[in-house]
Design a protein around this ligand. Structure first.
Ligand code: SF4
Ligand code: FES
Length: 253
């Protein structure tokens, strides 16, 4: 297998949220198969910079699959062809010499394009903000086993807490629904004893904000689960629906 790749990239370029966008084609030669996808984009940007052309804007931070910033639609797949993998963890050995790679931003009304491949995901921040606080005493750190939590509950909460807020679930969904993201955040807190006191108001407020932000409705296609780099399960969506129904039925208003 060749250690380098010659590639054609078709990259979405857009100067701002209200500017018209277009695909621009770039030729890249001798890209190492050991590079990550973002390193490959770095090489392209260096070449553009040397030619005095505008570099391609794309989001990234940790480059370790933790922060959820890297957000690219690669050949029509959120985060590219590997399951359970963020764009920053995708390697060029996954592609073949002579491949054409189409790179786009997330497409969703609630994620407007900022520039090129960067979208504004602050809608997620506003949903989190609406989730509010949990009732935890401040002061000294509590003893490790002061509140006993069954192992199955711990695992459910920790699996949900793995969500990195990348937005791939929204980008992969034909309805641009944010149910997987919201369900992960609701499950993370509602399953643990510390998150129980505000559980009804939390789910109601987060779902209300999700709808206000313009995300679509879930129609159970499960594309979100397939695209999620943190492998968040759609069983969390079922839990979200149960939590929401419970909150509505038990509401004092
Ligand atoms: S649920 Fe998965 S795809 Fe959606 S924001 Fe969280 S980590 Fe990303
Ligand atoms: S850059 Fe942080 S998850 Fe990809």
């Amino acid at each position: 297998m060749s250690e380098t790749l010659d590639l054609t990239l078709k990259v979405w370029r857009q100067e701002g949220a209200n500017a018209p966008g277009r695909y621009v084609e770039y030729q890249l030669k001798e890209i190492s198969t050991h590079m990550s996808f973002l390193e490959m984009l770095d090489v392209l940007n260096e070449q553009l910079n040397e030619k005095g052309e505008e570099m391609i804007a794309f989001d990234h931070d940790c480059r370790e699959g933790i922060c959820g910033m890297c957000s690219l639609m690669i050949n029509g797949q959120a985060h590219g062809p590997d399951s359970g993998t963020t764009t920053c963890q995708l390697h060029m050995r996954r592609f073949k010499n002579g491949d054409t790679i189409v790179i786009e931003p997330w497409r969703a009304q609630a994620f407007p394009v900022v520039r090129d491949l960067v979208v504004d995901r602050s809608a997620f921040d506003r949903i989190i903000e609406k989730g509010g606080f949990i009732s935890a005493n401040t002061g000294n750190a509590p003893d490790a086993n002061a509140v006993l939590v069954p192992e199955t509950v711990q695992e459910t909460a920790m699996d949900a807490a793995a969500c990195i807020g990348c937005g791939a679930c929204v980008a992969a969904c034909k309805n641009a629904a944010a149910m997987l993201f919201v369900s992960a955040k609701v499950s993370h807190l509602s399953t643990l004893p510390q998150g129980k006191p505000e559980r009804a108001s939390r789910v109601q407020n987060m779902v209300t904000q999700m709808d206000l932000e313009g995300f679509g409705n879930c129609t159970n296609t499960e594309e979100c689960q397939a695209a999620c780099p943190a492998e968040i399960s759609v069983s969390n969506i079922a839990r979200l629906n149960r939590e929401y129904l419970r909150a509505q039925l038990c509401s004092k208003e």
